[in-house]
Design a protein around this ligand. Structure first.
Ligand code: PMP
Length: 361
């Protein structure tokens, strides 16, 4: 090994879901929205003055911050924006998790948390979800250096109630508690209503799922102004111009079109509830999803086999070969047509497997 190699930072990176291309592909593996963004987004992008692209964007992304602040009825100094919620959460780890005590998060959760902790050399302890994949509130009441969990959780799709969230935030007022609400628009609960009451609570959200803009990379955090000021200080110590002009414009346009947002979210919820029925008929069980995906297990076929068979037929879902969840599939809710195709193909795969079993008996 050459000497410079010894000084390379050793990291095990996060593995994002595959991004297969092609007309024929049905992509239900990274929880994107199956519908396009609001038509107002295309308009905002196409009609912007291209000449201004030679200039740097507004480092504060003030227009976007102000549109988000208005939408949630908070002050602008309570909003932080970043390049997807990954950027926002990464920045929050760097800003808030600097104690000698370990940061806490669930054992089954968004698999980027341990990657950031390792990258920033933050000590952490994972707390096991119970058998129903629920967060056990008591596990988060002891001494710690900070807490993060998604609500609803991913990839389990299970939601924690507001009372339990408040108990965690209230019992940990000497550290920052981050609630990652990537999927909250599809659920019943938000911690946003607690931010005026607790200055140690940061709520993180994204445009990638419910606002159909994963490709644009916009995420944001809402919290007490001191938290936001601290995050901004770290951001401006690293990269001032995180938000490009196009995404600022697109982000403003999307948040203004609330009617469209409500329409696509309710369509996804409708399809999700249908999917629960259809997949039950096919022998699947799942958690009570409050997200735009189902976390499903089949009563006879191994998840990994179903995953491979679907892939052969150009349908991509997500499979995690990890302890406790290695017999589950995470299936993003697509359009009704995509889901119908999924049910048809699953039926064939399961029938072929059952036939194989009876033939070899
Ligand atoms: N949090 C959770 C729980 C997620 O599932 C994701 C999506 N992979 C993110 C954050 C990050 O999303 P984005 O960076 O696209 O906003």
């Amino acid at each position: 090994m050459s000497s410079w190699e010894q000084n390379v930072r050793k990291v095990t990176p996060y593995t994002p879901g595959e991004q297969p291309r092609g007309e024929q592909v049905i992509k239900l593996n990274t929880n994107e929205c199956p519908y396009p963004p609001s038509p107002m987004v295309a308009e905002a992008i196409n009609h912007g003055d291209k000449n201004r692209l030679r200039l740097y964007p507004d480092p504060e992304a003030s227009e976007l911050v102000s549109a988000i602040a208005d939408y949630y009825h908070v002050n602008q100094n309570q909003v932080f924006v970043g390049v997807g919620s990954d950027d926002v959460i990464g920045m929050a780890f760097l800003t808030f998790f600097n104690s000698d005590k370990p940061v806490l998060f669930p054992d089954i959760t968004y698999s980027f948390y341990d990657v950031w902790a390792d990258l920033f050399q933050i000590d952490y302890v994972t707390k096991p979800l119970n058998q129903n994949f629920e967060i056990v509130t008591e596990d988060y009441l002891g001494e710690n250096g900070g807490i993060i969990f998604p609500n609803p959780n991913a990839p389990t799709a299970v939601e924690l109630g507001l009372t339990q969230i408040e108990e965690i935030v209230r019992s940990n007022q000497d550290v920052v508690v981050i609630v990652d609400e990537a999927y909250a628009d599809f659920g019943d609960v938000t911690a946003l209503e607690l931010i005026e009451k607790y200055d140690n609570l940061l709520v993180v959200r994204t445009y990638s799922k419910s606002r159909a803009m994963a490709g644009m990379r916009i995420g944001y955090a809402i919290g007490n102004e001191k938290l936001i000021a601290a995050m901004k200080a770290v951001k401006f110590s690293y990269n001032s111009y995180t938000m490009n002009m196009t995404s600022i414009d697109a982000g403003v346009a999307a948040i203004m079109d609330d009617a469209y947002f409500q329409k696509i979210v309710s369509q996804i919820l409708k399809t999700r509830e249908q999917a629960k029925e259809k997949l039950s008929e096919l022998g699947f069980t799942f958690t009570d999803s409050k997200t735009n995906f189902l976390f499903a297990k089949h009563n006879s076929m191994r998840a990994e086999v179903i995953f491979e068979e679907l892939k052969k037929r150009n349908i991509y879902v997500r499979y995690f070969n990890k302890p406790r969840i290695d017999n589950f599939l995470r299936i993003t809710i697509g359009t009704d047509d995509e889901m119908d195709k999924l049910y048809r193909v699953l039926k064939e795969i399961i029938a072929a497997d059952t036939k194989l079993e009876t033939d070899t008996e």
